[in-house]
Structures are given as structure tokens and as C-alpha cells.
Design a binder for this molecule. Structure first.
Ligand SMILES: C[S@@+](CC[C@H](N)C(=O)[O-])C[C@H]1O[C@@H](n2cnc3c(N)ncnc32)[C@H](O)[C@@H]1O
Length: 263
């Protein structure tokens, strides 16, 4: 298997063919959430519009297919994760149920469910439910010796006293407040449209990679998209492997990682 490389293809196939058993320290997976219903007009999708609506063919499954898909990619990732490794999975209320059930069947232990409160979430247009403003990141481990770099994570704590000290008992919560990616971090084409509807915040990946891996460890992302995981892994001196089906996204990720525009 090769490191610091993006493999093109279906992640289950690529993992089964190319990635060694028990070889990966940390996996961050941001799978399709199956949000893009058939009632949404996929032909006129508004990716990159004002609110980055997810309306993509790669995100459309019937229910049974979605359950099989979840089971298959989780199984493939379980095989390659080291016994002291961590698997973080990004999800929402739409797919958290399937993820929790299928991961438990494989023997993964759930350590935390992080809640990401999106400071600039989509407004509540229908006014028929509470406003959706959160996503979840489930942190699973395989064995008992998982890595958690508490001291490194502690300094990222936004909860400070007036004198700048970390607040006692609030060293780091399972609750993260961050905007949906915007400003210069958001990758855009010439027309100004976002290049990917679900680009994840670099700060989120920074937290996860610092917390659950060490320098030179291998971080794998089976749904690489714009390569946020590889970009941040490289910045934090980790090795990385990306897998992505879509060649356009691969080219965006390659360029981003090559440019190294770190703050
Ligand atoms: C939710 S997005 C990930 C976005 C990414 N975290 C980022 O920051 O840009 C999911 C990605 O998985 C890709 N994808 C969907 N099914 C896949 C599969 N079976 N194997 C590999 N990639 C897949 C899609 O093309 C899409 O880019």
C-alpha cells in the first residue's frame, strides 16, 4: 500500500485490494448521509448555492442499499484499523442509527459522540420542525489501548476564564462550535460556486487528528472529497491515505494538498 496518495475508486474495493490488515492508526470517515431524496431535482442541483444544499447522485440510495453500503464500508475499515486505532465517523440524525448498529455488530466500542454545533446552519424555511443545526462525529475504538492526547486537546479548549486559563471541569467537551466552512477556507470554482457541498472544517480535523494520532502515524479517509483530512494530516506531520470515487474531487484535493496554504 502507498502512503500520501489518493486512490481513485470505491472505498470498499480499494481497501480490500490495496490496504494491509491492522495498518492504519486513525480513520476519519465522512460518508454520504443519504440526504439527497429523489424528490430533489438532481439535474438542477444548487451545490454551492447560498446554503450548500447537499443534492448529489453519490448521496442517493434506497434504504436497504444504504444499510448494506454502511455495513460493507465499516467492515472493510475494521480490518485495516490497528488494535489501538480510532475510527471517527461524521453523520447526522439521518444516518447515525445505521452507523451505531452496524459498528457495534462488528465489535467497535463507542467512546464518544461529539456534537458539532454549526454556528451558521441553514435557516428553518418550513418552520415545521426545530432548526437543524448539529452534526455528530462518532468516535469508535477497536481495543482498550486507544490514543487520546488529552494535553494536546486541552490547549484547543475554547472555554477560557477571563485571565485566559482553561475553565476547571471544562477542559474539553464533546461539544464543538464551528461554522460551516466559509470565507477563504471554502474551495470555490471560477463562478464562485463551492467546489464540494460538504467540505469539512479544518479545525474539526485538527482536533481529531491531534487527539487520536501521533506524528508519523497513518491517517486514512475513505471518502476523501476535497481532501480536508490529508491536508490537515500533512500539516500536522502525519502520513495519510485518501480514497475517493470522483476524479474532479481528486484533482481538487491534490491541488489543495500540493499548495499547502496553511495559516
Ligand atoms: C461527504 S463527502 C466527504 C467530504 C470531505 N470530508 C471534505 O471535507 O471534502 C463524501 C465523498 O465520498 C465520495 N464517495 C461516495 N461514495 C464513495 C465510495 N463508495 N467510495 C469512495 N468515495 C465515495 C463522494 O464523491 C464524496 O466526495
Amino acid at each position: 500500500m502507498k502512503i500520501n496518495k489518493i486512490y481513485q475508486g470505491d472505498c470498499v474495493k480499494v481497501i480490500n485490494e490495496k490496504i494491509d490488515d491492522n495498518s492504519i492508526n486513525l480513520i476519519f470517515a465522512d460518508p454520504p448521509y443519504n440526504l439527497s431524496g429523489s424528490s430533489l431535482n438532481l439535474e438542477n442541483n444548487k451545490t454551492g448555492g447560498a446554503y450548500y444544499k447537499v443534492n448529489e447522485k453519490w448521496d442517493t440510495f434506497n434504504y436497504d442499499d444504504y444499510v448494506s453500503f454502511t455495513k460493507n464500508w465499516l467492515k472493510a475499515n475494521h480490518r485495516i484499523l490497528k488494535d489501538n486505532g480510532s475510527l471517527y465517523i461524521s453523520c447526522t440524525q439521518h444516518n447515525i442509527g445505521e452507523i451505531l448498529v452496524e459498528a457495534r455488530k462488528l465489535g467497535f466500542k463507542l467512546n464518544n459522540i461529539l456534537t458539532w454545533y454549526k454556528l451558521n446552519a441553514m435557516p428553518n424555511i418550513t418552520k415545521r420542525t426545530y432548526t437543524h443545526s448539529t452534526e455528530f462525529i462518532c468516535w469508535f475504538v477497536k481495543g482498550k489501548k486507544w490514543i487520546f492526547n488529552y494535553e494536546e486537546v486541552k490547549v484547543l479548549n475554547p472555554n477560557k476564564t477571563k485571565s485566559g486559563e482553561n475553565k476547571q471541569m471544562r477542559d474539553f467537551l464533546d461539544f464543538i462550535e464551528l461554522p460551516i466552512v466559509q470565507g477563504k477556507e471554502r474551495l470555490r470554482g471560477k463562478s464562485g460556486r463551492a467546489l464540494h457541498p460538504t467540505q469539512k472544517p479544518e479545525r474539526l480535523l485538527e482536533l481529531i487528528i491531534k487527539a487520536s494520532s501521533n506524528e508519523n502515524d497513518i491517517v486514512l479517509d475513505p471518502f476523501f472529497g476535497t481532501g480536508t483530512t490529508g491536508y490537515v494530516a500533512e500539516k500536522l506531520k502525519r502520513k495519510w491515505i485518501g480514497i475517493e470515487k470522483n476524479l474532479d474531487y481528486i484533482n481538487i484535493a491534490k491541488q489543495r494538498i500540493k499548495e499547502k496554504k496553511y495559516d
